[in-house]
Ligand binder design. Structure first.
Ligand code: ADP
Ligand code: MG
Length: 232
């Protein structure tokens, strides 16, 4: 295992008017490749904030974010966008597929954005869809797919690029238990094949899929669960 990303005393404070909220208190963690890490916590605890820091979507108020050895503190928005494009894939609760595009076109999208040739992008996308058992649904539009199938297309889209970091925010929240298990197994497979996979969830049942679990409660990260009742 290697360290792919780190937070070093990273903290996020939001100020709106005269109220300040510490969304995430000072946090130090390492993210490894070949590992599926779960970030668990009740609603409002700071999970998305933590994921957004790792994903270079927001800047820390204090501390550092390091991606593949690069300290991104002080980077311009443009440079950060470049880091996201090359190192990070995102998977969300609502799949975020482009509705006018079929499954294949959705998966090709990040490759075309990176400037790859159409034929090459197509081949890689077909390959990725096959890896998540969606090879026979290339031509399907998102609205013709079930929630679980849409999420597998989203996983294929995360898989086509060489991004080492796959960040998932509540990826199973819209799915039934069986589809959720399929999606989690696909994500685990990504980790086994070398990616650093981070999954944010408030669903304690997902713990069985994790290689490592951290808990966020009231903006404070720890390696143990304080109060199971908060998750109900
Ligand atoms: P979770 O993902 O665990 O539900 P979040 O990270 O979204 O939690 O939010 C943590 C806390 O930070 C919450 O109190 C939330 O209201 C606050 N927060 C999140 N984003 C913002 C923002 N952009 N502006 C102000 N407050 C925010
Ligand atoms: Mg959230």
């Amino acid at each position: 295992m290697e360290i792919i990303a780190s937070l070093k005393d990273a903290k996020k404070v939001y100020t709106t008017g005269d109220t300040t909220i510490t969304a995430l208190d000072s946090t130090t963690i390492d993210i490894h490749n070949k590992e599926l890490m779960l970030i668990m916590g009740p609603s409002g605890s700071g999970k998305t904030t933590l994921l957004s820091l790792i994903g270079c979507v927001i800047y820390p108020t204090e501390g550092k974010v390091i991606i593949q050895g690069e300290d991104i503190t002080g980077y311009t928005e443009k440079k950060l966008a470049g880091i996201r494009l090359h190192h990070i894939s995102f998977i969300f609760q609502h799949f975020n597929l482009l509705s006018p595009l079929n499954a294949l076109e959705n998966v090709m999208q990040p490759l075309l954005l990176k400037g790859e040739a159409h034929a090459e992008a197509r081949e890689k996308a077909i390959n990725a869809l096959e890896r998540v058992n969606m090879g026979d649904r290339q031509k399907s539009l998102p609205r013709k797919l079930s929630g679980g199938q849409k999420q597998r297309v989203a996983i294929a889209r995360a898989l086509v690029t060489n991004a080492q970091i796959v960040l998932c925010d509540e990826p199973t929240a819209s799915l039934d238990t069986k589809s959720a298990a399929l999606v989690m197994n696909d994500l685990k497979e990504l980790a086994r094949n070398g990616k650093a996979v981070v999954v944010v969830t408030h669903d304690l049942r997902l713990r069985q899929f994790a290689d490592r679990i951290i808990y966020v409660e009231d903006g404070i990260v720890s390696d143990h669960l304080k109060n199971e009742e908060d998750y109900k």
